[in-house]
Design a protein around this ligand. Structure first.
Ligand code: UD1
Ligand code: CA
Length: 452
């Protein structure tokens, strides 16, 4: 599209019904603030100029909306006098002159690029106002779209609607596109003579028509316009987002055995031919290569899983975990800021933190890298083809050379050279017959007590 466009993102609401100490647009959906989802959709619709209207938590909201690929400016709406008033907080930015002005809400994170583009096409077709609408079984609380012969005559807010108008199920999603050349003039004519005494952005439809312009509505799916006013709606939005993204992943080749139990983050990247078993949770920053399997009940965040690797069941990959091809991290293992080399195995009940593990190395059950001395973190280096016996404690900083073997139960405090064996535990002693003697003594003592 050749036309220039700026989006005004309204995020100055009080968020009263969220009952939160921070603005609702900062609450996360799929692991990032909902306002960031809205801005991403704008970018998806090729919009690179954004004017953000903020109220409470202005700095945090501005930071959450910031991106390198948009030219953004923020405006504070000091009094909350309605959506029409809010858009005019960005007067200065609108005055720069754009072909299209798009108004979107910061609390509608499921919006996609498609309806935004459709609204802009409506302007290109000669309309002055294009409203994004949706149909719903329960229109309570929404502004109703009054349509006649395809033209949008007016939007009637619930509180100002007649009984007949309230029966209309076609609603205002709140988002609209306005002819940029006329926007400031039209917005300036909005008054507040209504049931709530607010400056309603929605009045712009009748104002544009009275000035000889045309208005239409374009329909979008209801789910895309779900707004977040309270925590129940936040959870509903999360559920819709998750369902949508799981579907996208499955059709692109990812297997999910019980998709409804898998939780993805906004940036989770999974290649085709990966299998995700039930009850897996992804925090931000995870990438998984083809052929890997994530077994049930695993939690991954900030981690990379190489091709053909296996994780879990019941594994935890924390930020900086990097598994090479065909590596295995098994049940009740935690890996943090560590490289696990190709084909290496960390299969049972182990903590690996701040470590490098070479290719094909086997880490026995119950191994712990003791990376923290209470003040600082230290690194454990383990070479390739190493065997670490079960229940070993590797006290960092320490390094273990290629091909070395650490005897089970060792506390390793000194570096182990290549191909060496390290015993870091007391030598075993054998006392022949001693167990029998002890047993007889204990039985005699017990009999004596019972005969008293
Ligand atoms: C609005 C629409 C309604 C529509 C509904 C869809 C108006 C008058 N009504 O109603 O037709 O069906 O959205 O969800 O536009 N905001 C500010 N400053 C203000 C007022 C609002 O920044 O002074 C922001 C809010 O933070 C929010 C958005 O604008 O992101 C919408 O405001 P809200 O009060 O939720 O509007 P609704 O009553 O839901
Ligand atoms: Ca709302």
């Amino acid at each position: 599209m050749k036309r220039t466009c700026m989006a005004v993102v309204l995020a100055a609401g009080e968020s009263t019904r969220m009952k939160s100490s921070r603005s609702k647009v900062l609450h996360p959906v799929a692991g990032r603030p909902m306002i960031a989802h809205v801005v991403e959709s704008l970018v998806g619709a090729s919009i690179s100029s954004v004017a953000l209207v903020v109220g409470r938590d202005a700095d945090a909201v501005t930071a959450a909306a910031r991106r390198d690929d948009i030219d953004g400016s923020a405006f504070v709406q000091t009094e909350r006098l309605g959506t029409g008033h809010a858009v005019l907080a960005a007067r200065e930015a609108i005055a720069r002159g754009y072909d299209d002005i798009l108004v979107v809400f910061g609390d509608t994170p499921l919006i996609t690029a498609a309806p935004l583009m459709a609204a802009r096409r409506g302007l290109a077709d000669g309309n002055d106002v294009v409203v994004i609408g949706f149909r719903t079984a329960d229109p309570t609380g929404y502004g109703r779209l009054i349509i006649e012969n395809g033209a949008l005559l007016a939007i009637r807010e619930e509180k100002d609607a007649s009984e007949d108008e309230r029966k209309i199920s076609y609603c205002n999603g709140g988002l609209m596109a306005i002819n940029g050349a006329k926007a400031l003039d039209l917005l300036g004519r909005i008054g507040n003579a209504n049931a709530k005494g607010e400056y309603y952005l929605t009045d712009i439809v009748e104002i544009a028509r009275a000035a000889g312009g045309k208005a239409i509505a374009v329909e979008a799916p209801e789910t895309e316009l779900t707004g977040c006013n309270n925590r129940a709606e936040l959870a509903a939005i999360e559920a819709i987002w998750q369902k949508r993204r799981r579907h996208e992943m499955m059709v692109s080749g990812v297997s999910m055995i019980a998709p409804e139990t898998v939780f993805l983050a906004y940036d989770t990247r999974i290649d085709p031919d990966v299998t995700i078993e039930p009850n897996v949770v992804f925090g931000p920053g995870v990438t998984i290569e083809s052929g890997a399997v994530i077994h049930a009940f695993s939690h991954l965040e900030g981690a990379h899983v190489g091709a053909g690797a296996a994780v879990g069941p019941y594994a935890r990959l924390r930020p900086g975990a990097n598994l090479g091809a065909d590596a295995k991290v098994g049940n009740f293992c935690e890996v943090k800021k560590a490289e696990i080399g190709a084909g290496a195995k960390v299969n049972h009940l182990t903590y690996i933190g701040d470590a490098f593990i070479g290719a094909r190395t086997n880490i026995g059950a119950g191994t712990i890298t003791c990376n923290y001395d209470g003040v600082n973190k230290h690194v454990t280096q383990i070479g390739a083809n190493v065997f670490i016996g079960s229940n070993s404690a590797l006290v960092a900083p320490v390094s273990i050379g290629d091909g070395a073997l650490v005897a089970s139960g060792s506390v390793v405090t000194e570096d182990v050279p290549e191909d060496a064996v390290a015993f870091g535990r007391a030598r075993q002693e054998i006392k022949p017959g001693r167990a029998k003697l002890l047993r007889e003594r204990y039985q005699a003592e017990k009999a004596k007590r019972q005969n008293k």
